[in-house]
Design a protein around this ligand. Structure first.
Ligand SMILES: Cc1cc2nc3c(=O)[nH]c(=O)nc-3n(C[C@H](O)[C@H](O)[C@H](O)COP(=O)(O)O)c2cc1C
Length: 373
């Protein structure tokens, strides 16, 4: 809980056509409450509650692009087909009626399996090299035709997002899913133009995906890509070991049309290159902003005592101080801050922070994952 002013969190921010009333972003969180891939009225009401309570920008849970194996859970919403898109229309209309702004997170899981379900997607698994993690070969690499169709499905989803009235769109390029599987040398051993020893080469797929989104949405529509060094397959994995490598990874994406880099960490305060600027040095979003000049979003354990992977194993978290976050935002280390579990368990979190109702902040417990309130 903050001991000083929270004003910096509540200052407006603009990027392209998106005007935000404050700096707080709802982090994308898979809820698996969309049976058969169709988001219903309960999903719309869930997002509407967060908009009503003042979240600056809502990013949806990951939602599947139009490829047969884009998702690994039947209850994850689709972002294609009339029925699913009608559901999303209701979501964005409800959010707008409540004064909010929102973008869908476009998702393809690639070769990542879901340990929580036996369900298997109705089609071949897409992955750069048929690897689910380093050395774990399970299938053939994606063909050129599969890559082209995937890029085109990304573009179509972005066009649909804009047509439905969403304010932005985020590509899920993090956490060891398809786009990140191309970035990571552990899962991309291709020798064609989508692979190679340098991160610039392995970034080609992500770059083409961003270009497809930009082409589909025009010059003024804000485009976000979410990125992470860590992978669910390996928390210690890193795409960029140095600032130079990080620039080689990120600059091409900004040049391709990404306006906002959403830099995922499990704990936002961890320094990215402590050998260079110390234990209180810039985090991932800080370095990304410094190296590219783009708008950046940070994330990871904001307002909570424990991090989110442990939450899946049942660990609870208590409300925690926002002072470090506020200091970093006052220094303009990054522009926006995403909040996950605190907003999942409490739709009123932003309102409570704004009015200083610290005593009313809730713990995060695993039970919150079981309902869509
Ligand atoms: C239930 C749950 C589902 C998540 N699903 C997604 C997802 O679909 N896409 C994504 O990029 N991150 C996902 N994440 C990660 C969050 O966006 C966020 O980065 C993480 O929870 C750290 O933020 P927090 O500590 O504020 O919760 C999920 C996290 C949780 C707790």
């Amino acid at each position: 809980m903050p001991t000083g002013s929270v004003d910096v969190l509540f200052s407006p921010f603009s990027v392209k056509s998106l005007d935000l009333p404050n700096r707080i972003v709802m982090a994308p969180m898979t809820r698996s409450f969309s049976p058969g891939g169709i988001p219903g009225q309960d999903v719309a009401a869930y997002y509407q509650r967060r908009a009503e309570a003042g979240v600056g920008l809502i990013l949806s849970e990951g939602t599947a692009i139009n490829r047969p194996a884009a998702k690994n859970d039947p209850d994850v919403p689709d972002f294609h087909g009339d029925e699913a898109l009608n559901g999303w229309q209701e979501v964005i209309d409800n959010v707008h009626d409540a004064g909010g702004r929102m973008g869908p997170q476009l998702w393809h899981v690639g070769s990542a399996r879901n340990p929580r379900t036996e369900w298997r997607a109705p089609g071949p698994i897409d992955s750069p090299s048929g690897l689910s993690s380093p050395e774990k070969k399970f299938d053939e690499p994606m063909s050129d035709a599969a890559i082209a169709d995937t890029i085109s499905a990304v573009g179509q989803a972005a066009a649909d997002a804009k047509r439905l009235g969403f304010d932005t769109v985020e590509l899920h390029g993090a956490h060891g899913y398809l786009i990140d599987q191309f970035f990571w040398s552990g899962t991309n051993v291709r020798t064609d133009r989508y692979g190679g020893p340098s991160i610039r080469e392995r970034a080609s797929f992500g770059v083409e995906a961003i270009k497809a989104v930009r082409d589909a949405t025009g010059p003024d529509f804000p485009v976000i890509i979410r990125l992470s060094q860590w992978k669910q397959q390996d928390f210690d994995a890193r795409i960029a070991e140095t600032p130079d490598e990080m620039a080689e990874w990120l600059v091409p994406m900004v040049e391709a049309g990404a306006d906002v880099l959403h830099c995922s960490q499990r704990r936002f305060w961890e320094p990215e290159f402590p050998d260079i600027d110390g234990e209180n040095g810039l985090n991932f979003a800080g370095w990304a902003k410094k190296l590219t000049g783009a708008t950046t979003i940070s994330v990871g354990s904001v307002g909570l005592s424990g991090e989110f992977v442990a939450a899946f194993a049942g660990e609870s978290s208590r409300p925690a101080s926002l002072d470090n976050l506020i200091r970093r935002m006052e220094r303009e280390e990054f522009d926006l801050i995403a909040v996950g579990r605190a907003l999942l368990s409490d739709p009123l979190w932003v309102h409570k922070i704004r009015v200083g109702a610290q005593a009313e902040l809730k713990d995060f417990t695993r039970e919150a994952l079981a309902t869509l309130y």
